[in-house]
Ligand binder design. Structure first.
Ligand code: UD1
Length: 361
């Protein structure tokens, strides 16, 4: 059986991480694969460093859309992808996760009657104020094949009437995370000089609801300052820009907070392995902490990854009450179940794609 071309559309940091194992698995299965980058993330540390670190081929096209309001950014991507797909229509477009890039690519393909395959389908936070929640729902309903990472995600899809198009393949972030862990353990990785040699807590914050409003951001920072050890914040550009705009000081220089620029994927995995605990509002980091055995505290009141809450490996603390204690709590007992699969999700995803018939010439 020959396979027609699959085009992956990516644009934001978490998508590059998921693309890496998928590109390798598509290659192993001899599927023709092309990558389009929307340019949603464009700083070297947010984009190119991931392609280098994870050995991903250069995108055949970068649409260089860049930043903007969510609607404007999504609309520009939709128009640019529509033009791309009209010149070079693949058999299927593969979209990842829940960003503005995801929904724009799904819509652009669906409107050209090109099959849409959604990797990491079926996640829900039930919080419609999150831009990602709207992106997830719209993308799932526009897709022809829904590749779900967990049983919980499959249940969400069934509840929305999408069961017939859904397949449980496991989570490609397990593949990516273990690949990076092996590389870090074998070769080490250079870290920024601000990383303490002793115990520390590793923190990331980037959700608009946590960083855009100065009172909320100050509340979180004050809770971080009570943690009895250094807190390394790997600062997403949105956090830095929001703090500057609202005149919130991230660190006085005399407190326990150390701000470092965004890290590469290998550096992130290295810090996850070394940190006493993680404080984050990122979905990906919650799961990577779970996989690498680092207790995580999530500054949100919902999670798309409820499996991480099992045994207390992840706790939700949106109010930041006693965050200083949560952040440095000892590791709970290991959980035996592996809710995210065995690390072969990318191969499972490619098998599901081949079996779907969407890639037949
Ligand atoms: C996006 C995703 C979010 C994901 C996150 C990971 C959406 C709706 N959100 O959020 O789900 O968890 O990526 O990082 O798609 N900026 C730069 N340089 C860059 C990229 C961004 O300076 O390379 C700044 C810009 O000021 C921009 C802001 O960061 O306005 C936000 O970037 P954007 O991609 O719109 O959303 P994220 O907050 O990164």
């Amino acid at each position: 059986m020959t396979t027609a071309q699959v085009t992956s559309v990516v644009g934001a940091r978490p998508q590059f991480v998921k693309l890496a194992p998928m590109a390798r698995a598509l290659d192993r299965a001899s599927v023709r694969h092309e990558i389009i980058h929307t340019g949603q993330h464009y700083d070297d540390r947010m984009s190119a460093s991931f392609f280098r670190d994870l050995g991903i081929a250069e995108p055949s096209k970068n649409l260089a859309i860049g930043s903007g309001s969510h609607g404007a950014q999504t609309g520009q991507m939709l128009a640019a992808l529509d033009a791309e797909f009209s010149h070079n229509p693949p058999a299927a477009v593969l979209v990842y996760g829940d960003t503005n890039t995801t929904v724009a690519a799904a819509l652009a393909a669906a409107k050209r009657q090109i099959s849409v395959i959604h990797l990491e389908a079926g996640l829900r936070s039930s919080d419609r104020a999150m831009p990602e929640e709207i992106n997830r729902i719209l993308t799932d309903h526009a897709s022809d094949l829904l590749l779900a990472p967990t049983k919980v995600a499959m249940d969400h899809l069934a509840r929305e009437g999408l069961q017939a198009r859904s397949r449980l393949v496991g989570d490609v972030m397990v593949d990516a995370c273990f690949y990076a862990k092996e590389r870090v353990e074998k070769n080490g990785t250079e870290l920024p000089p601000e990383i303490p040699s002793g115990p520390f807590v590793f923190c990331t914050l980037h959700r608009p609801v946590n960083v855009d409003e100065p009172r909320r951001l100050t509340h979180i920072l004050n809770a971080l300052r009570l943690i009895p050890m250094p807190v390394v914040i790997a600062a997403h550009p949105r956090l830095v820009a929001a703090a500057e705009r609202t005149h919130v000081v991230l660190t006085s220089g005399n407190d326990n907070i150390r701000v470092v620029p965004p890290l590469t994927y290998l550096q992130t995995v290295s810090l996850l392995l070394r940190a006493v605990g993680i404080v984050t509002d990122s979905g990906g980091l919650q799961k990577e902490a779970f996989l690498l055995g680092s207790p995580c505290t999530t500054v949100r009141n919902t999670t798309e990854w409820p499996e991480t809450l099992e045994g207390g490996w992840n706790v939700l603390n949106n109010e930041c009450i006693n965050l200083d204690q949560d952040a440095v709590r000892p590791s709970p007992s290991p959980v035996s179940a592996n809710p995210y699969g065995q690390g072969d999700a990318a191969d499972q995803a490619v098998s599901a794609m081949m079996q779907s018939g969407l890639l037949n010439d």
